[in-house]
Design a protein around this ligand. Structure first.
Ligand code: SF4
Length: 421
């Protein structure tokens, strides 16, 4: 249909129950969030996460087959990112954090000014491919933006291609591109083909990594790091075990915006109102991983329905209590945290019912093979979230689902969703 998007613009103001109260609360929260983020996300944006994430074994390295890459993380992350790309904040409207980056850089054969790569992009187009050339990553990021393709799946596609090339399952005769690890020019050339569906690589990878793997080699499917066909984002479930459950049960697959459980495990996000306090869910401990996943999936479902940025709480320090207070000032309702979490559970459960209708079940609530292969060195050496079935059993039990991953009639009745079933 050649239809890419529908843009809608309204002229009327959104009614607010208590405008004065909301304004007062907003001013106060704005200052608090700005103060919490000014030396972190505001100063360097999400590129500030690279060195920390690599240290915790969280960054993807060599399409999830590498263990450590500290020198590369230092080259592509902040503070070098900020200096090399002349980066400064590029905030969304009225945002006190301004994590997005505006960059301005002139390099050999390119001149760029505009939005710069985020952490996910640095992970998937940088460490994931062993590309430490920030200029090449910035060009590839710009290209993805212009082509309208996601940098996470683009990075996963190039990563799979490079791994298959190394194994001899793809050759230069086929691809016309030297797909060796770390080759930034090859990355850019492949993304051009991907976005335009041209050339051998464009045709082979146009439907994503899973489809490409099936065409390339019988064993290539095992190399793809995905859930329900969606590529893993730039966070390693062998580091934060809760991610293995979160991505496996994510209602659109391995999505990094549906419950940032890794930030709790790394110590950056605490939500005392939900009992998520320091030391509650420690690295590599099996305790509270399923509990953490359920809580953050439900909270994210509610927050995403408000269209509020996760970073207000995760990095900006906005408490759940203050968020609920502002929600009530806007709506005129009198919700408490139990109401919020019940709403999130209802949203998540409805999405699960859609997944089940579409043929998903325990069989597709999976952990990719590479997440069962332990690192030989580094922070997560010897660690994997296995046996995964025990985590999944605990998760289903907490959700009130049966052993096949289907919500029981009892839990649907409790949530008032009998009719949806
Ligand atoms: S609203 Fe969120 S994504 Fe946008 S600049 Fe602010 S922190 Fe970043």
């Amino acid at each position: 249909k050649q239809l890419k998007a529908i843009a809608v613009k309204g002229r009327k103001r959104v009614p607010v129950h208590d405008e004065h109260g909301l304004l007062q609360a907003s001013k106060q929260r704005f200052q608090e969030i700005y103060a919490a983020a000014k030396d972190g996300l505001r100063q360097h944006g999400t590129p500030e996460l690279c060195i920390t994430a690599e240290g915790f074994g969280d960054m993807p390295i060599k399409y999830w087959t590498g263990d450590t890459w500290p020198e590369g993380a230092a080259r592509i992350g902040a503070p070098r990112y900020t200096e090399f790309l002349h980066a400064r904040p590029l905030p969304c409207a009225n945002c006190p954090i301004g994590c997005h980056r505006h960059i301005q850089v002139n390099g050999e054969g390119y001149a760029l000014e505009g939005p710069g790569p985020e952490y996910e992009t640095l992970g998937m187009l940088g460490s994931n491919l062993l590309v430490d050339d920030l200029g090449a990553i910035a060009v590839a990021n710009d290209l993805c933006n212009r082509l309208g393709i996601d940098t996470i799946s683009a990075g996963a596609s190039v990563g799979l291609a490079m791994e298959c090339y190394e194994k001899g399952w793809l050759t230069k005769e086929q691809t016309g591109i030297d797909l060796t690890w770390g080759n930034g020019e090859a990355m850019i050339a492949m993304i051009e083909q991907l976005g335009n569906r041209t050339g051998f690589l464009g045709e082979t990878f146009a439907e994503g990594t899973l489809s490409a793997a099936r065409q390339i080699h019988p064993d290539a499917v095992l190399l793809v790091v995905h859930v329900k066909g969606l590529d893993y984002p730039a966070h390693d479930a062998r580091s934060s075990f809760s991610l293995a459950i979160n991505y496996a049960t994510g209602t659109r697959g391995a999505c990094h915006m549906r419950g940032v459980t890794e930030d709790v495990e790394m110590g950056g996000l605490l939500i005392p109102e939900l009992g998520i306090v320091e030391g509650w869910s420690e690295f590599f401990s099996p305790y509270n991983k399923a509990e953490l996943t359920v809580l953050l999936q439900d909270l994210s479902a509610w927050m995403n329905s408000l269209v509020i940025c996760t970073f207000m709480a995760d990095g900006g320090g906005l408490s759940l209590s203050h968020l609920v207070e502002m929600f009530n000032l806007i709506t005129g309702w009198d919700w408490d945290i139990d109401d919020v979490m019940r709403s999130g559970t209802r949203i998540f459960t409805l999405q699960r019912l859609v997944n089940l209708r579409d043929g998903h079940s325990r069989e597709t609530d999976t952990i990719p093979y590479k997440m069962t292969v332990p690192a030989k060195e580094g922070f997560r050496a010897g660690k994997t979230p296995t046996p995964f079935s025990s985590y999944l059993d605990r998760y289903y039990s907490l959700r009130g689902w049966d052993s096949s991953g289907r919500p029981t009639a009892k839990i649907l009745a409790e949530l008032g969703l009998e009719l949806a079933c």
